[in-house]
Ligand binder design. Sequence first.
Ligand SMILES: Cc1cc2nc3c(=O)[nH]c(=O)nc-3n(C[C@H](O)[C@H](O)[C@H](O)COP(=O)(O)OP(=O)(O)OC[C@H]3O[C@@H](n4cnc5c(N)ncnc54)[C@H](O)[C@@H]3O)c2cc1C
Length: 290
Amino acid sequence: MRSNPTDYSLVAPPTLPEALRLLASDPNLTPIAGGTELMVALAAGRLAQKQLLSINHLRELRFIDVHPETITLGSGTTFTDIRRHEAIAEDLPLLTQAASWTGSIANQNRGTLGGNIVNASPAADTPPALLAYGATLTLISTAGMRTMPYSMFHLSYKKTALAPDELLYSITIPRNWSAYRTYIRKVGTRNAQAISKVAIAAIARIENSTIADIRIGAASLRETPARCTATEQALANQPLNAATLPNLVASARAALATEARPIDDIRSTAKYRAAVAANLIEEFLGHLLV
Ligand SMILES: Cc1cc2nc3c(=O)[nH]c(=O)nc-3n(C[C@H](O)[C@H](O)[C@H](O)COP(=O)(O)OP(=O)(O)OC[C@H]3O[C@@H](n4cnc5c(N)ncnc54)[C@H](O)[C@@H]3O)c2cc1C
């Protein structure tokens, strides 16, 4: 990453309350965490607002708290923190996997979960897993904290529910998924160091050979990361066995076609993304049988 210090200004308040106070008093400030998105945008001349508020060093934002029902991660948790955390690996394997295939090791050491979420790329790696697990976000400002389901955070392309005076404080994820089977796959140009063309993270609970619960999160299938709710509804409460699988696959493909509005960009076409996503759903259903 190139960066010329004369191109931007940066303040680095010592505490979270001070950072929030500065943000409340100056709507022109742009929070910068790991900077792995922002400094690239700056170097490419794409960063309109160059007065930066560093939150990278704030210990208050970098924590992982394990509770009986949930795991809460501070927004400043890096991908490396996630990858190395035993309880996350045990309980939230989709998140560990997503963190481990994000960029390079250098990226993972600096890039944060909060930055991945707030940057709001439809192709980002962690959102499908967060959607499948039903994560909740806590946003913070001088006025206090508010929580919302992560599924409601992305409003449209790169537009989020975050107010200008707010920071993403933490991400809380239910952790008791032992009755669920999990699936995650990222399709990109290469296996490493590639932004996904399409990605799916999914979990399902099978009871008495029936799909009792199913949650599917997707990247690059819409202008924001999104859950595939129509596909989930087509599959929920359906019997699953070798005989029903072909029909299930057909109804999942039909439902996905109604809700997939893939992005079309330099990495791939909408047509390719829709076709591959349907193949991934089929692969997931096949795994549920094993
Ligand atoms: C070489 C390279 C490879 C990459 N590969 C991948 C990849 O494979 N998969 C992938 O998903 N991403 C990838 N990325 C993108 C990037 O690394 C991730 O999106 C990362 O999570 C961004 O986190 P950050 O802390 O660096 O964010 P920053 O660059 O600091 O910030 C990103 C955005 O989030 C905002 N922000 C950050 N934290 C907060 C907060 N707590 N509250 C409010 N706003 C906040 C910033 O204002 C900014 O708008 C790659 C980037 C590079 C340079």
